[in-house]
Design a protein around this ligand. Structure first.
Ligand SMILES: [Cu+2]
Length: 169
């Protein structure tokens, strides 16, 4: 029986052959974003806070700690600014209260989708998903300054792919 090390070495050339441009990967993926909190509830965040995905991918927000919602920045959600594509359907999970509760949304348009947690928007609990070569809206009307400050830039998200949202307790 070959050792584990021998297996890894022999497998390497095969894996190298599988590296393709991301656009060539046709199968849609599901990405998980945690809805988090420190134990006192004094710090709250989405993790990752910034994520780069491809059109057709699904985002699954999962409740890990505390009580949260995830809602698109959209006028249908309590008059918030429009910060998702105009043609996209807005979403609002409602309150997620039990660990493991989740909300799934499939993003189909190359754009930027900004979202917030209803009870924690004013604690800066927001997130951003860049789909493909999406560009962010310059219109920041009705976005509280503390929430606006929580968004990573599109350039940083595209460069890193995933930006941790962890806020040390
Ligand atoms: Cu929250």
């Amino acid at each position: 029986m070959p050792s584990r090390r021998a297996f890894i070495l022999s497998g390497a050339p095969l894996l190298a052959g599988l590296i393709l441009p991301r656009a060539a990967l046709a199968a849609p993926q599901t990405h998980i974003i945690g809805m988090e909190s420190d134990t006192l509830g004094s710090k709250v965040w989405f993790d990752p806070v910034g994520l780069h995905v491809q059109a057709g991918d699904t985002i699954r927000w999962e409740l890990r700690e505390n009580v949260h919602t995830v809602a698109a920045y959209h006028p249908d959600n309590a008059g918030h600014a429009l910060r998702i594509p105009a043609a996209a359907a807005p979403w609002d999970s409602g309150y997620l209260v039990n660990q493991g509760d989740h909300c799934e949304v499939t993003l189909t348009e190359e754009s930027v989708y900004d979202y917030y947690c209803e009870p924690h928007e004013f604690s800066g609990m927001v997130g951003r998903i860049v789909v493909g070569n999406g560009v962010a809206s310059e219109d920041w009307r009705d976005v509280p300054a503390v929430a606006r400050a929580g968004f990573p830039s599109v350039a940083e998200i595209v460069a890193k792919g995933r930006i941790s949202g962890i806020r040390a307790g």
